[in-house]
Ligand binder design. Sequence first.
Ligand SMILES: O=c1ccn([C@H]2C[C@H](O)[C@@H](COP(=O)(O)OP(=O)(O)OP(=O)(O)O)O2)c(=O)[nH]1
Ligand SMILES: [Mg+2]
Length: 149
Amino acid sequence: MAQIKVPLKKVTDLPLDVVPVYMTEGSAGADLIAAIPAPVILEPGQYRLIDTGIAIALPPGYEAQVRPRSGLAAKHGITCLNTPGTIDADYRGEIKVILINHGQQPFTIQPGERIAQLVIAPVVQGQWVITDELPQTERGTGGFGHTGR
Ligand SMILES: O=c1ccn([C@H]2C[C@H](O)[C@@H](COP(=O)(O)OP(=O)(O)OP(=O)(O)O)O2)c(=O)[nH]1
Ligand SMILES: [Mg+2]
């Protein structure tokens, strides 16, 4: 697994282990916890910005994606509203997670609970070359299921 050093600052006074953990050797995502002082109830259909207690300084050329945890989604209908959330390399604020309850039952987020995962990925910025004609392809303008269902 490729690794890169990422400065990380704890930005909460709560006595929680906020450093994201890769739960297995091969995990792509490190789990983010809810840095909240008390349980938070998400009613069905409700969404809320949840603190994670950390700020990071990604090296230039990288982003981090805030992705849902599939267990919370499959068992409780809990996901990230803006998935994948984008953490820019130049962002120094607290990483937050926009959790939404798509399920039928109220869901209680416990302090320190693992609510999402952070995946670090390389990014490339486009240099837009303005043109009147784009190179032709077999697909052309076909999309949105034009090859069949
Ligand atoms: O799930 C998320 C998504 C974003 N952010 C932070 C980091 C990111 O660098 C910043 C801006 O995110 P984004 O570009 O997605 O939001 P925006 O609405 O375009 O805000 P801005 O105008 O600040 O770029 O907010 C989070 O903490 N969690
Ligand atoms: Mg933005």
